[in-house]
Design a protein around this ligand. Structure first.
Ligand SMILES: Nc1ncnc2c1ncn2[C@@H]1O[C@H](COP(=O)(O)OP(=O)(O)OP(=O)(O)O)[C@@H](O)[C@H]1O
Length: 549
């Protein structure tokens, strides 16, 4: 009452009203300033945390993708696309969310624990020592539990990867799934894998729940112990009531913060496992780098030699595909390779492209061992591969052809299309070269896709053309048009043709018959016919069909 009277008395004196108002205003202003300050800090804190998380995720994503693109073809033989894509998407997302949660929750908890521990120490070092005894125990339990749960988390994420791979394959091959009426079975297969992932994730949740419950019990026990000890120290006059109260308040804040830390435990587990999976791929070094090695200027001429080549695929080492294989293709000549299915014809092309390295022997182009040449340069400037199933990208025809030479002008693209007998049908589309081809070229016929693929390969003006069953998937009519395009493309180039159809192989300079990784016959069509051996047997049926040749 006296205070109020004193304040009112101040009013009576002229000029003192300003002092009074400033006394009232000053705390209010401080409070408002504090609130504004807090909002600004919150804004910066959230924005910065979000930026940090996004930048880390961006860096991981780009590093991971470029690392994946660099990997040996053998890596892709062993992994399913869906599994690889899960690491790029799901794992990085998990890592990012865990990272943000750990930083935001962890920072708050850590500052509270440190601040309150200092207050506790100042009030009673003895009681502090006893109360904080629990922390090392929580850390010890957390470490043991953590390693067990991290393994479970990795298993769960690997299972999610498998589940995605099943879905990815079914969606990518939806026409085959539909044609075989396998929708229900695919759905069932997905369910089985998803079920396994659910169980593993539930186990993980169970483990995390157990850890959190145990930690909470432990922490609450510590608060009880503090109460008991505080009562004892109060009754023996070693601490005042105020000190005990302050101690309890600070101890409870620590307890709440530690409970918060234990809640973050799940995120730490998930984040570490997801990060581990991402870095496993980022750190992986391919055995065959994309770049590095000799670049021959102006260009190679294109003679090819396989010298005592022995090769097995890395994923199936016990099966020898080429055994001491020898082959010479002079510059500008066309060599056709025939043989029953599975005899290693496509393997020869894969080795020339350096998708794999030979186990023994060497492959030479113009006398240069291809291991000494820059692989990217070799693929971009020397070799042109056209395979049975041309893969186009879901963009325009123009961009698909330009894929062969990214800096090619529209005119060069058009010329390549003309050489591939593709310009006519492209120009007949309402949007011409700007026509979108759909995913993997789904909106084009087989013959049209193949001619775009030929144009794409011709655009880079390769010295060597590798035609791996380039016309096998086409009907007789489309085959004729594509074959005419290929005949034009062959001129002035060294060509290796792998084919079953007589019409494709009979004009080759030399025909080789491959049997179990070895050349068993070699000669022109007429020479091999007269031998009445493997070649004759392979082509017999076609010769007796009127439209085959
Ligand atoms: N990526 C791979 N990983 C493991 N083995 C493979 C791989 N590609 C092919 N093979 C195996 O290598 C052998 C030769 O295959 P290749 O494709 O070279 O035969 P091909 O003569 O071209 O057959 P086709 O005429 O049927 O195309 C086959 O037994 C095949 O199963």
């Amino acid at each position: 009452m006296g205070g109020v009277i004193n304040v009112l008395a101040k009013f009576t004196k002229e000029g003192d009203s300003k002092v009074f108002i400033s006394e009232i205003k000053s705390p209010a202003f401080k409070l408002i300033a504090m609130y504004i300050g807090q909002s600004i800090c919150t804004f910066f804190y959230i924005t910065m945390l979000s930026n940090l998380g996004e930048n880390i995720a961006f860096k991981m994503k780009t590093d991971l993708f470029s690392s994946i693109l660099k990997q040996d073809i053998a890596f892709f033989d062993a992994q399913r696309t869906g599994e690889i894509v899960t690491r790029l998407t799901g794992d990085i997302q998990d890592f990012k969310s865990s990272f943000k949660q750990i930083i935001s929750g962890g920072l708050r908890a850590a500052t509270q624990i440190i601040g309150c521990s200092i207050s506790l120490l100042m009030i009673s070092p003895y009681m502090t020592g006893v109360s904080l005894l629990c922390i090392p125990s929580v850390i010890a339990i957390g470490t043991v539990f953590g390693s067990i749960l991290r393994a479970t988390s990795r298993k769960a994420q690997a299972q999610v990867e498998k589940t995605t791979a099943v879905a990815d394959e079914a969606i990518a091959n939806i026409r085959t799934v539909r044609a075989f009426a396998m929708e229900e079975l695919e759905g069932e297969m997905f369910k089985i894998e998803a079920e396994k992932a659910r169980v593993l994730n539930e186990n993980l949740g169970f483990g995390i729940g157990l850890f959190q419950a145990g930690t909470n019990l432990f922490l609450n026990g510590t608060v009880l112990m503090t109460l008991y000890m505080g009562g004892y120290l109060l009754s023996s006059n070693q601490l005042s009531a105020g000190e005990v109260m302050s101690f309890l308040m600070a101890a409870q804040t620590i307890q709440r913060s530690l409970a918060q830390v234990s809640l973050l435990f799940g995120s730490v587990i998930k984040g570490l496992a997801a990060g581990g999976r991402v870095f496993e791929y980022i750190k992986m070094e391919p055995t065959m780098p994309l770049r590095g090695g000799q670049v021959i200027e102006p260009n190679l001429k294109g003679s090819i030699q396989f010298k005592n080549v022995t090769f097995s695929y890395p994923t199936r080492k016990q099966q020898v595909i080429l055994d001491n294989f020898n082959l010479v293709v002079p510059v500008g000549k066309t060599v056709a390779i025939v043989g029953a299915s599975g005899n290693g014809k496509s393997t020869i092309v894969a080795l020339l492209e350096r998708f794999y390295d030979t186990d023994h022997g060497e492959i030479l182009i113009d006398g240069y061992n291809i291991r000494d040449l820059d692989p990217s340069w070799l693929r971009r400037h020397v070799l042109g591969l056209i395979s049975q199933e041309p893969i186009l990208f879901g963009t325009t025809i123009l961009e698909n052809i330009r894929y062969g030479k990214p800096d090619a002008s529209d005119e060069q693209v058009k010329n390549a299309a003309k050489m591939a007998n593709a310009d006519d049908f492209i120009s007949n589309f309402p949007q011409g070269y700007e026509t979108m081809v759909g995913e993997r070229g789904a909106t084009l016929s087989g013959g049209q896709k193949q001619r775009i693929a030929i144009a794409r390969a011709l655009l880079k003006e390769p010295r060597i053309l590798l035609l791996d069953e380039a016309t096998s998937a086409l009907d007789a009519e489309s085959e004729k048009i594509v074959q005419a395009a290929l005949d034009k493309a062959r001129k002035g180039r060294t060509v290796i043709v792998i084919a079953h159809r007589l019409s494709t192989i009979r004009n080759a300079d030399v025909i080789l018959v491959l049997h179990r990784g070895k050349i068993v016959e070699m000669g022109t069509h007429e020479e091999l016919q007269s031998l009445k051996g493997y070649y004759w047997a392979l082509t017999y049926q076609q010769q007796h069909q009127p439209d085959a040749a």
